[in-house]
Design a protein. Structure first.
Lengths: 331, 261
């Protein structure tokens, strides 16, 4: 078994945040006497990641995803627990470590705004001290993969959001890092652009065997790229495993779709009818009853076609979080 | 070697940035000439009415003014823009990118910006210095020239460290624009030799804000007033400030939390 690329044990980050009531009076008071709240952004999570894995980090806003990525990329000092990435302690920010990782943030840019992206790429070459031939080969390879031959010559400010994101990704990968921390790399992009970015990440992962940690609010990203997901909520780890297992574990229902030979039939005795048109019915049934009910429908109705599906992954995730929040409120 | 290459790359980006917009480029050029001319005219007006001041003759005062302008040019070209960018990035959280690069963070944030238009202030300073030296009518020896360059370099280092310490406080205080204005006000006091000020102010301008070392001391080197002891003191203080700045920077980065995504 290979040694893990990332090992995280009991990782924690607590912030002290000043708080005050609304209004001028409270603002004046807080100039002199501040009240602080401790926010446990990350509260004791552990996991390991193997070389070449693409792992999706899931969680609602404020769950601690970005904080975790920032601790792994060396930006934040953990309050507790020492992460280990590639054998380094990230917060020491040793050049040999930073040369092997990269951080992409979907909502921030490191490109020089008024200049063509090519100039920013050159700057990256100087920062990472890359040999010119290597640099140019990698750069041209990426430019071709993302089909941006003309765009790299335009000032970055004249590019669309999606085009700019392509530039960000090229710039962040020119030094061919072994570990990629991608924080919402597709945020705000249209579906086609999201797909291009996704394909590129997957291509890079395969070509260079890189390990990828990705956060995204778009389940399509996660479904397409990540076999494994880590779910965190309120700074705690809820689930770590295959995406398919997440669905198994958290969705209590399946959806059965039936196409009827004669067009009509009564189905309410089998389960909750979600939708009934002429010739087609969809039903929601408890997961453990699926085999039995499927058999009954096939026996009792005149069926042309029958499908059994898991609910959309978005619904599953939403359910996981709403369940957990309710538990949290209660206790 | 790599550092020089890196500085060169940022210089090129800075110049390319200025040339990206043609009209703006030429307006800047024009503006620089205007500010050069008005600067010189203003100085000439002031100095045609000033005589000696607490032991400094008129041309010697002009030399102080020259150093003041030269150092001001250096600050505005290379030091202040970098510190302002650092301040912005601490506020916006984009400092993340600088801190994830395999280059020393302090070095990187100190070389990224270069406003070469502000060099005009420096040019005015050099012109004023040249005029002053001609008027002083004494030969400047190699030793004096070297002492002057050394004092200027040490002064520059001290101002840089002072700025860095000030800016790094943004890691805790987040918004510190007012401190910047405070610096500009205090630096303006440097246009006269600090010896003309009352004791308390002189001490403040020497040790709290190193204006005395940045301006008066180099001018002393040119006017034959500099003692080796002062130069040695300047070197000692520069080293001390570098240490403090480094320490504060490290502490700041440690407590950097980044603007949340």
């Amino acid at each position: 078994m290979p040694t893990p690329i990332v090992t995280v044990t009991d990782l924690a980050k607590h912030y002290k945040v000043p708080t005050r009531e609304a209004g001028l009076k409270a603002a004046t008071r807080s100039l002199f006497k501040r009240k602080y709240n401790t926010v446990k952004a990350v509260d004791g999570i552990s996991f390991t990641i193997e070389p070449g894995e693409i792992v999706g980090f899931l969680g609602p806003n404020g769950a601690g995803k970005t904080t975790t990525l920032k601790m792994l990329s060396g930006l934040l000092y953990p309050t507790g627990g020492t992460p280990n990435v590639l054998g380094f302690q990230p917060s020491r920010r040793q050049p040999n470590y930073l040369r092997q990782v990269t951080l992409v943030m979907g909502n921030r840019s490191q490109m020089a705004w008024d200049l063509p992206a090519l100039d920013s790429f050159d700057l990256q070459r100087a920062i990472y001290g890359l040999p010119r031939a290597d640099f140019e080969r990698t750069r041209d390879e990426f430019i071709e993969l993302l089909e941006v031959k003309e765009l790299v010559k335009k000032p970055v400010r004249n590019l669309s959001l999606g085009e700019r994101m392509k530039m960000e990704i090229i710039g962040a990968l020119l030094h061919r890092p072994k570990v990629l921390f991608l924080d919402e790399p597709t945020i705000g992009l249209d579906v086609t652009m999201q797909r291009r970015i996704r394909q590129f990440v997957s291509e890079y992962n395969q070509r260079y065997g890189a390990t990828v940690l990705l956060t995204s609010h778009y389940m399509a990203d996660v479904e397409a790229l990540c076999k494994r997901v880590i779910v965190i909520h309120n700074g705690k780890l809820l689930f770590d495993g295959d995406l398919a297992a997440l669905v198994d574990r958290f969705s209590a229902f399946k959806t059965i779709g039936v196409t009827l030979a004669n067009g009509f039939g009564s189905f309410s005795q089998y389960g909750e009818v979600l939708n009934q048109d002429t010739g087609h019915v969809s039903l929601r049934i408890p997961r453990e009853k699926t085999p039995e009910i499927t058999a009954r429908i096939l026996a009792e109705q005149q069926v042309d076609d029958l499908t059994v599906e898991d609910p959309p992954i978005e619904d599953v995730i939403e359910k996981v979080f709403s369940q957990k929040s309710a538990e949290g409120d209660a206790g | 070697m790599r550092i020089i290459k890196l500085i060169w790359s940022y210089l090129r980006i800075g110049v390319a940035n200025e040339m990206q917009y043609r009209v703006n480029f030429f307006i800047q050029l024009l503006q620089s000439f205007i500010s050069l001319a008005t600067g010189l005219i203003g100085l000439w007006l002031v100095f045609s009415h000033t005589t000696a001041l607490s032991g400094w003759s008129q041309p010697e005062l002009l030399a102080v003014m020259g150093v003041y302008l030269l150092m001001g040019g250096i600050i505005k070209t290379a030091i202040q823009p970098n510190m302002q960018r650092l301040m912005d990035e601490i506020q916006n959280g984009t400092l993340d990118f600088a801190l994830t690069k395999p280059v020393d963070g302090q070095l990187l944030i100190s070389i990224r910006e270069f406003r070469f238009w502000q060099l005009t202030d420096g040019v005015v300073g050099l012109v004023v210095l040249a005029i002053a030296i001609i008027q002083i009518q004494e030969r400047i020896g190699i030793g004096q020239a070297l002492a002057f360059v050394a004092a200027l370099a040490l002064g520059g280092i001290m101002i840089y460290c002072f700025w860095l310490i000030l800016t790094t406080s943004a890691f805790w205080l987040i918004r510190i624009w007012e401190l910047v204005n405070l610096f500009e006000g205090l630096y303006a006091a440097g246009r006269w030799p600090v010896t003309i000020y009352p004791n308390w102010l002189r001490l403040g301008l020497t040790f709290l804000v190193p204006v005395a070392f940045a301006v008066t001391v180099p001018a002393e080197a040119l006017t034959d007033r500099l003692t080796p002891l002062t130069l040695l003191g300047a070197a000692g203080l520069a080293i001390l400030l570098m240490g403090v700045a480094r320490f504060v920077w490290r502490l700041g980065v440690r407590s950097y939390s980044g603007a949340s995504a």
